[in-house]
Each structure stands twice: as structure tokens, then as C-alpha cells.
Design a protein around this ligand. Structure first.
Ligand code: ZN
Length: 313
């Protein structure tokens, strides 16, 4: 399987009140990518500019960053043409890799805007190299700039930053330095298209936690009535385990619960409510085993919440 490491440059509305901003906040004007084989050797490159269709004035930030005028793009192909060319270049067996979470999201938003078929029927598995960099070299939570990572890893800066191809090229260089199968198994999921049916739902066990992405529901209440959404199963034993604290929410967006597995101890589960592009609701549930101290803290949080609730009445 190959790795497709890509990066986009985009343009945006020059005026805050532009109504198109809501539908397409960023219009892709450049796609740059590097193809690596399974051993992370670069085997091909892709670099194309795109003629803008939605925003035909260059935003000052874009102009400054890319050193480009809108006139420079007028001879280029349309988004649909370049995108089709890009997908053909990607081939059949590949996984997308990007620096951060935005590029895959904006790519799909542009595809939808131009009525192209979606890349998948549900969440799209990819590698977020920015996250992997942090897991491999820092605390696993930091979000560094690409240039920071390049400096830290002593990668030679032989081409200028902030063009799609060069940023893909440097992302590939950082990715090649990771060389840690455990880190590289930490896939991310882009949920621009949430699961439509139960069959498309995602349930995956990482080293220390489980992640579940539900299909979409009419609203939050409907989601919280679904058995799978509210179930708490030990992801090691595969058994339903008893809830010590039933689902509660402090802010209406996140729900927490605490369960106990006889073998593995206290397990904390968290449900986050998410909105899909078509305004339906899906949930991301994560479960992980925690220490007894952390469990006690959660119990106290729950009691404070209960108390606060009863004093409001
Ligand atoms: Zn268990």
C-alpha cells in the first residue's frame, strides 16, 4: 500500500459578508502531493494549480503567502479536472497522510461543492502526520507547525515552505523519520461523511482506548436512546459491564459515564455530540480504563453536578 501525502493551498472570500463563505469557506487553488511506497520511498510527485471559480479575487493573506496573483491561475484547469487527475494519480491502494486535520476536510468540502462523488460512504481513515510527530517526539498532544518539526528533526530545508508541493514534501520527510509501527498505527478518522447506516459505523480499539463513531440521528435525544450509543462494553472482555454512574452531561454536548469491569477495573466513557454537514447528529464515543483515583474524581464531579442541579430547582 502506498502513502499519499498531500497538501492544499486555498483562497477565501475577501469580504466578511460574502454569502458564499458559509457554503465554501476555502476554495482549493493548489494540490501538491508526494507518493511513497510501503517502505516510504518517494516514487512520484503531483503538483497542480487550479483556476478559481468561486473567489476570483485573491485574499491578501493568500497573495502574501503564495506570492501569487489571481491572473497566474487563469490558465489552469478547473477543480474538477485537476481533482480527477489527482485521484487517478493516487491509484487504488493508498492511505492519505496530511499535516493536521484541515486539508482532508476542505478537500471533501470542495468536492461536494463541485458535485463530485464523495471519496467514501463514511468516515475516512487517514494519518495525521502532525499528530504522529507529537506522539513520536513530543507529548502526543502538541500541535506544532511543519517548519518546527522540520527544524527539530534536522531535515534539510532545500525548498521554500507554504506551497502545496513543498509542504507535502516536508510532511513526507517528517513522516519518514517516525519509523515507529506503534505510532503509525494511530489512524485518524475524518468524519466529513458520518456513517449512514449501522453497517458503516466505526469501532476501533487502539492500545489503551476504544473509539466508536455512530451513524447519524435526528437529534441528540434520539442518539441517547440508541442502545449501541449508550452501551458500555469492556473492549478487552467484550462484555457489557455495569455502570457505576449513568450518562450525565454538564454542558449538553459531552456526556460522561463510569463503569466497572471485574477484570480490568474502572472504565470512563465519553460521548461527544457532533453535527454533520446536513445538520444531523452523530456521536463519537471513547472509552478508556482509568485509575481508581481518577474514578473517584469522576464520582465527585458527578455528585457536584447532581447537587448543582437540585439547588437550581
Ligand atoms: Zn474487562
Amino acid at each position: 500500500m502506498n502513502y499519499i501525502i498531500f497538501d492544499l493551498e486555498w483562497n477565501q472570500a475577501s469580504s466578511e459578508s460574502d454569502p458564499k463563505k458559509k457554503i465554501l469557506p476555502f476554495e482549493v487553488i493548489e494540490i501538491g502531493a508526494v507518493k511513497l511506497d510501503g517502505h516510504k520511498n518517494q516514487i512520484s510527485k503531483f503538483s497542480k494549480l487550479i483556476k478559481p471559480h468561486v473567489y476570483t479575487k485573491m485574499h491578501p493573506i493568500t497573495k502574501k503567502m503564495l506570492h501569487m496573483q489571481i491572473e497566474d491561475l487563469n490558465q489552469e484547469g478547473s477543480f474538477v479536472d485537476i481533482m480527477n487527475e489527482f485521484l487517478k494519480w493516487c491509484g487504488k491502494e493508498y492511505v492519505f497522510c496530511t499535516w493536521g486535520v484541515l486539508d482532508l476536510l476542505e478537500l471533501q468540502r470542495n468536492m461536494k461543492y463541485f458535485y463530485m462523488d464523495s471519496l467514501t460512504n463514511g468516515p475516512l481513515k487517514y494519518l495525521d502526520v502532525q499528530k504522529l510527530f507529537s506522539l513520536a517526539f513530543e507529548d502526543g498532544k502538541s500541535r506544532r507547525t511543519l517548519e518546527y518539526a522540520v527544524d527539530l528533526l534536522d531535515i534539510e530545508k532545500d525548498i521554500a515552505f507554504h506551497r502545496a508541493y513543498s509542504d507535502a514534501y516536508y510532511t513526507a520527510k517528517v513522516f519518514s523519520k517516525i519509523n515507529n509501527p506503534v505510532v503509525e498505527s494511530k489512524y485518524s478518522f475524518d468524519v466529513f461523511i458520518p456513517p449512514k447506516t449501522k453497517k458503516d459505523e466505526v469501532k476501533i480499539v487502539f492500545e489503551t482506548y476504544e473509539k466508536y463513531i455512530s451513524r447519524t440521528f435526528e437529534d441528540k435525544n434520539a442518539a441517547m436512546e440508541d442502545r449501541e450509543v449508550i452501551s458500555t462494553k469492556c473492549f478487552y472482555c467484550h462484555k457489557n459491564i455495569k455502570k457505576k454512574i449513568k450518562w450525565f452531561t454538564v454542558n449538553g454536548k459531552h456526556f460522561l459515564s463510569l463503569s466497572y469491569c471485574d477484570v480490568h477495573g474502572p472504565m470512563k466513557s465519553k460521548i461527544r455530540m457532533k453535527k454533520s454537514d446536513d445538520d444531523r447528529t452523530y456521536v463519537i464515543k471513547t472509552s478508556k480504563f482509568i485509575t481508581n483515583e481518577a474514578a473517584d474524581e469522576l464520582i465527585q464531579k458527578y455528585h457536584r453536578y447532581k447537587k448543582g442541579k437540585s439547588s437550581q430547582i
